[in-house]
Design a protein around this ligand. Structure first.
Ligand code: AMP
Length: 271
């Protein structure tokens, strides 16, 4: 499997395809990424998988520096697929010298949760996703529900800038104990990994309480439960009616972000 750093080369290879799918990733691929690629290959004739750790979406330089990168392993994992092309650019292939992120003003969805605790993060994400969408002009672009707020942001982005692409959400793939797969999980030591398995339990507890308790009471209960878990520090826990942000998505979700040791993890479930 080879990786291309020139998008123009990829564009010339997919010119005749009936339908193009795009799966943006930051690499360190796991089964969550692979399941998105499989889903994309059912719908689209050719799927472009981008592997790029976008520096503009990291508000913490330390986090960017330690983000896991292993293109060789990633390409090995992608060998099982036919009909995919891998775009793995360098920073200079994506950004001009000194280029700033765009400011999108996509509304309240960018001001809560991840938007609040990671200032500038979503403008960085939107900047790189707009670039990828305009390079490849895919019919469909696929994003994981694991980063549900990001999925909403991308939907809001393509509406705002009127891009002709379907944004397709893909369900969260989990380890056998329920921990959402993430490139960051490999940073967890044994006891941290044990604590990380409690995240899904907190979300499920919130879901169970939802019929009988107010969001406020649920939140205070979950914060109390979380406090008792070793190594775990909550950044936020929220129950959100998604239609408040995007009218046509009628669902309620519980969202959590926490630090386990030095590793930041997020997750969410529909409730
Ligand atoms: P990342 O490489 O972490 O930026 O993720 C690339 C894409 O894969 C994003 O759309 C993520 O939401 C999605 N993704 C990450 N982890 C999972 C997972 N466990 N299940 C499903 N999708 C995921």
């Amino acid at each position: 499997m080879r990786a291309y750093s020139s998008y123009k080369e990829i564009v010339s290879l997919v010119k005749k395809a009936d339908s193009i799918g795009l799966v943006p990733t930051m690499g360190s691929l796991h089964d969550g990424h692979l399941s998105i690629i499989k889903k994309a290959l059912i719908k689209d004739e050719i799927v472009i998988v981008s592997i790029y750790v976008n520096p503009k979406q990291f508000n913490d330089p330390g986090d960017l520096k330690k983000y896991p990168r292993n293109l060789k392993d990633d390409l090995e994992k992608l060998k099982i697929f036919n009909k995919i092309l891998v775009y793995a650019p360098n920073d200079r292939d994506v950004y001009n010298e000194g280029e700033e992120v765009k400011k999108y003003n996509l509304g309240e969805i960018t001001e809560v949760m991840e938007g609040k605790v990671r200032p500038g993060h979503f403008d960085g994400v939107a900047t790189v996703v707009e670039k990828l969408l305009s390079m490849f002009k895919p019919n469909n672009a696929y994003f994981g529900e694991k980063d549900f707020q990001q999925l909403l942001l991308i939907k809001a982005l393509v509406r705002k800038i009127k891009l002709d692409v379907n944004i397709i959400g893909c369900k969260t793939i989990r380890e056998s104990d329920g921990l959402a797969m993430s490139s960051r999980n490999k940073f967890l030591n044994k006891s941290e990994r044990e604590s990380a398995s409690q995240i899904i339990k907190l979300l499920k507890r919130a879901k169970k309480m939802y019929n009988t308790s107010s969001p406020r009471d649920i939140k205070s209960d979950i914060l109390k439960q979380a406090n008792a878990i070793d190594n775990l520090k909550i950044e936020y826990f929220e129950i959100i009616n998604v239609s408040e942000f995007l009218k046509d998505i009628k669902e309620v979700r519980a969202f959590i972000a926490c630090k386990i040791g030095n590793t930041r993890l997020i997750d969410n479930i529909r409730i």
